[in-house]
Design a protein around this ligand. Structure first.
Ligand SMILES: [Zn+2]
Ligand SMILES: [Zn+2]
Length: 147
């Protein structure tokens, strides 16, 4: 009798139509346990798990997992791309202008697109990507933050 348990990382990769490799499995685990990681931090986490891996291989795995919908890529203006494992829930992000900290903000409505323009110009809309910009609590508390 099969016990009910959450799928393993390998099963999730296979379920998304991907070939299972050690790098991809390590990458998915790294991104999920991290917090909006930059590519360098993703590479570090993958190397901690499986040993030396080229940055190119990390990029390729990131691309495959992002395309398969297992990893989400966000790219705040002026920042390097960040990767996260929280996918498919249309959540938004809040970004600190000063230190670049990124945090999740739940979608106001709960489903995409949560914002509707006054005129959709005939487009069928699927998503609204919202980034809230401001200063994080730490940077706000710093006296020089406003400069
Ligand atoms: Zn900050
Ligand atoms: Zn997020």
């Amino acid at each position: 009798m099969p016990a009910s348990r959450p799928p393993t990382t390998a099963e999730e990769l296979r379920g998304a139509g991907l070939r299972v490799t050690a790098v991809r499995a390590a990458l998915l685990e790294t991104v999920r346990s991290g917090d909006h990681l930059r590519v360098e931090a993703v590479a570090e986490g993958v190397r901690d798990r499986v040993g030396h891996v080229s940055l190119q291989a990390v990029y390729e795995a990131l691309h495959a997992l992002t395309a398969a919908g297992l990893v989400r890529r966000i790219e705040p203006a002026g920042s390097s791309p960040r990767f996260e494992g929280r996918v498919g829930d249309n959540h938004h992000h809040i970004v600190c202008r000063s230190c670049g900290a990124v945090a999740d903000v739940d979608c106001a409505v709960g489903e995409a697109p949560c914002l509707t323009p006054s005129d959709d110009l005939g487009f069928t809309l699927s998503e609204a990507e919202v980034i809230y910009w401001g200063l994080c609590a730490e940077c706000s508390a710093r006296p020089s933050a406003a400069s």
